[in-house]
Design a protein around this ligand. Sequence first.
Ligand SMILES: [Zn+2]
Length: 62
Amino acid sequence: MKLTVCGCGTGHLERVERSWWMRLLFPGRRLYYCSACRSTRLVRKVLRARADTAAREVAGVR
Ligand SMILES: [Zn+2]
């Protein structure tokens, strides 16, 4: 389990139910599983990152 987002893109991330101790230790983070690199990640702002990516695509910038 890692605390950073991998470079596979948010499209591979799936929400995973956190354990009670994860909620206690990392109240602001969400647990995701990446199907591309098969790792679990405890990160924050994934939805924000997805929004930023969508905004960039709308603006035509990659
Ligand atoms: Zn990944």
